[in-house]
Design a protein around this ligand. Sequence first.
Ligand code: BDR
Ligand code: CA
Length: 326
Amino acid sequence: MAIRLLIDTDPGIDDALALLLAFRSPECSVEAITTVAGNVGVERSTLNAFRILEAAKPSRAPVVGRGADKPLARSLVSAPHVHGDDGLGNLGELREADGSLRYPKPRLALSPLDGPGLILDTIDRFPAELVLVALGPLTNVALALQRDARRMALLRRVVIMGGAVGVPGNVTPAAEFNFYVDPEAAAQVLASGLPVELVPLDVTQSAILPRSVLEQRLAMCPDPLARFITDMTQRGFQFAEEIGEGGITLHDPVALGIALAPSLTHFESLHVAVECEGALTRGVSVADRRAIPVGRKAPATCRVARWLRTDAFLDLFLNRLCPASS
Ligand code: BDR
Ligand code: CA
């Protein structure tokens, strides 16, 4: 039976790659997408979700709900320097030789439900079956919990890209972006008792996609999606070069990959909490990794992905996005 997914997302170049991976994966069915403010504001992240749907043309289009326009208790911090001003490498500005827009603005056929409402509604459609994959700040997930924690308890799994457990942060020395943007939401979700599988920077940052590898693969795959991927990733590769990395870090695709194939990682049950107060430590994920008897620690709040079978993940990712035979 297909894994039924709801993807909560702030596209975002790596979010877009994760969505494409999901649409190209026969073992899952994307039932709904909820958008959230994060890499870009929620208007843009919603527009981007429709741009990605337009490019991917999944056989069964998921319902899309616009979610929170700002974190629970703070103003939004976004990441245009990483993802471009529009969140997708500014591909909305690209034009064909005749002057027409290469990617015209898509029609936004939105659910009448907001993001948290659509999460709850999708749980009602697939109780005890739905897997929620959260790829942005956890604002929508926390709001859904505040509205109805009992229904949220019917989620089968909650796979979250976020946090930095044993490595430095990527937005401050200590914090990972998604947790930094909405630490209160991350703290609530981790304390909720939901079956959280945390996919932190510790594992996602090992999945680097070099420009040459993607170019080589896309050249072998005469697929209309290839041009979209090429256009969207230019800004991502540029940013990687600016900060001295060897390619785009596939944070969100790794979380999606683990949602599809948990054997890509090894989980450790840990008590993880999120710091909301600290001036230097806003959004830090604090995992109790002390070598003391388990009974002397607070109970685990989640299962944390501790390493990644990187080559197996990259094979899966490239074979799905750029199938050599297509
Ligand atoms: C996370 O931050 C965002 O910029 C990415 O989309 C990813 O979800 C990585 O820290
Ligand atoms: Ca994201």
